[in-house]
Design a binder for this molecule. Structure first.
Ligand code: FES
Length: 129
């Protein structure tokens, strides 16, 4: 399977990998078909509702790990409302493409981010807007 250089770069040297002990919100999702599991940690600025910091832990394939890292890159600095609008295609674009059979790995990224935002203390206010 041919991965892009960007995908391999993020897989071998991810910038956002790791646990966040003092996270404001955590979201975890899994894909029952492939067994991959993704966990996202968020640190939120309460005043601006921006994602100040973001980390991931992913048990999964090359694409799942690269997609986690790309998703973190896209989400960092965004407000929660903006982050909810991130699409799997934005992650695929950031990775300079993904093999068709691996597109679901980017979907796991957006669904895990949404779960973390749903678990965020300020998420209720975000949902109202
Ligand atoms: Fe399922 Fe990558 S193979 S998330």
């Amino acid at each position: 399977m041919a991965y892009s250089k960007e995908t391999m770069k993020r897989f071998t040297n991810p910038k956002f990998v790791g646990e966040m002990k003092d996270a404001d919100a955590v979201g975890q999702e899994g894909n029952v078909k492939c067994g991959d599991i993704m966990k996202i940690f968020l640190k939120i600025d309460e005043k601006t509702e921006k994602i100040k910091d973001i980390r991931f832990q992913t048990y999964g394939c090359v694409a799942a790990i690269a997609a986690s890292d790309a998703m973190c890159e896209i989400a960092k600095g965004k407000t929660l409302t903006q982050a909810l609008k991130i699409k799997f295609s934005d992650i695929v674009k950031e990775l300079k493409d993904l093999p068709h059979v691996k597109v679901h790995c980017s979907v796991l990224g957006t669904s895990t981010l949404k779960k973390a935002i749903d678990n965020c203390p300020v998420a209720e206010q975000v949902a109202i807007r």
